[in-house]
Write a protein that binds this ligand. Structure first.
Ligand SMILES: [Zn+2]
Length: 417
């Protein structure tokens, strides 16, 4: 069976130009003793917005790893797929993130619910998870609530998994199940029963992405109480460990953190808990690399700076359209966004200081950063110019990408000094 390493990172690379500096960061971490499996991930939504094909990601990952003589495992993730969108990913992907968020809350048939309640009967006195204070008795009503909320989604995950399995063959791919793009977080007890359901469906899930407490907005730091997050994260770690034997799931089952880039307030807490419980993690970094492309071009100045200023001005005009697909994962205060007139007068220094994720810089503007995060569609609409500028300013852009992934993310998350 293909097996994902203990630590892995989802490298988001919207335009397919930054595979090299991102891989360099992985190689540097290995030199410092931390082995991280790179996973190129791109969702159907991103492919549609940019106009790329799943096969493009495979070509990039293969060529970048070959050029760097990288001989360790790496994967290509069909991110956030479901029954309707999975087909075109089957050939080129070997990692599938089955997204069941839209099925949560839909009710399974009464016979299926009854079957689940009968098989979960042994937990009706409460769930004993080593390390966790015994949760309150799961009353019949609570178990029924969980079944009504999640059973249909778990059945759908099974259906999607079997579709992928029939295309790729058993054991030839990694399976993740994601539930992060919903409004309500899942509690550790809910996670326990979701894993029970996935085990019943015989899905060899290696990573699971719950929705955590607090806001995981794209490209900016965590919004919420980090200590509350830590308590929940620790309980989720214990739940996954316990679920492995209890439900016969893969022994490397681990948590996946989506919209995981830039959560600098959480990384020290996460690393401490991973060490404490000897667990692995998968962290998806999505669009943070596209933001570094914009920062690099701003730093380059001249027509590259003009180009990104124009992207910003357009993003203000199209703010509603750009934000709509990301409503659960962004939080923009429009009153804090500078006007296009103001930005047009900015130099490279001011633009990069506003956009770069450095909380210590008084010019840093997380609202502007989130807006640019979702504005990659506008660069895709001027693809020729954008790619020409990326090529012309390759060295400055790739340094920004490398520094961001290596110093701000990998070093902080894996405690590399
Ligand atoms: Zn996600």
């Amino acid at each position: 069976m293909k097996k994902l390493g203990k630590y892995s990172i989802g490298l988001g690379d919207r335009f397919g130009h930054q595979g090299n500096p991102q891989l360099r960061a992985i190689i540097e971490a290995s030199r410092k003793g931390v082995e991280i499996t790179p996973v190129w991930n791109k969702s159907n939504r991103e492919h549609q917005i940019i106009g790329t094909q799943p096969g493009d990601v495979r070509i990039e990952a293969d060529s970048v790893t070959k050029n760097a003589e990288f001989r360790k495992p790496y994967f290509v993730d069909a991110d956030h797929i479901n029954l309707d969108t999975v087909d075109r990913f089957i050939e080129s992907s070997d990692f599938f993130t089955i997204d069941v968020a839209s099925f949560i809350g839909k009710r399974a048939g009464e016979t299926e619910i009854q079957d689940f309640l009968a098989s979960a009967k042994r937990y009706s006195d409460g769930v004993d998870i080593p390390g966790i204070k015994r949760p309150a008795r799961c009353s019949k009503a609570q178990l029924r609530d969980i079944a009504e909320k999640y059973l249909f989604a778990a059945k759908k995950a099974g259906e999607i998994y079997r579709k992928i399995e029939s295309g790729k063959g058993t054991g030839n791919f990694i399976t993740e199940v994601s539930m992060d793009e919903v409004v309500q977080p899942q509690t550790p007890v809910e996670l326990f029963f979701i894993l029970f359901m996935l085990g019943t469906e015989k899905i060899p899930v290696q990573t699971i992405a719950p929705k955590f407490t607090g806001r995981f907005n794209k490209g900016v730091d965590y919004a919420g109480d980090p200590l509350k997050f830590a308590a929940e994260f620790e309980a989720d770690l214990l739940v996954t460990s316990h679920a492995i034997n209890e439900f016969n799931l893969p022994e490397n089952l681990k948590l996946s953190v989506h919209s995981g880039s830039d959560k600098f307030a959480l990384y020290p807490l996460i690393v401490a808990l991973l060490k404490k419980h000897d667990k692995g993690i998968h962290l998806k970094t999505a669009g943070t690399t596209w933001l570094e492309e914009v920062i690099g071009l701003a730093e380059a100045g001249g027509d590259a700076l003009d180009f990104v200023k124009e992207i910003y001005a357009k993003s203000l005009e199209k703010i509603e359209e750009l934000c709509a697909p990301y409503s659960d994962v962004i939080d923009i205060n429009v009153n804090s966004l500078p006007s296009p007139g103001e930005v047009s007068g900015w130099n490279s220094w001011k633009f990069t200081a506003s956009l770069r994720h450095d909380e210590g810089n008084p010019d840093y503007n997380p609202d502007m950063r989130q807006l640019i995060h979702v504005a990659y569609k506008l660069a895709a609409q001027k693809m020729d110019t954008y790619l020409r500028l990326l090529d012309e300013h390759k060295s400055v852009v790739s340094e920004c990408v490398y520094d961001n992934i290596y110093k701000r993310h990998i070093c902080k998350l894996f405690d590399i000094k």
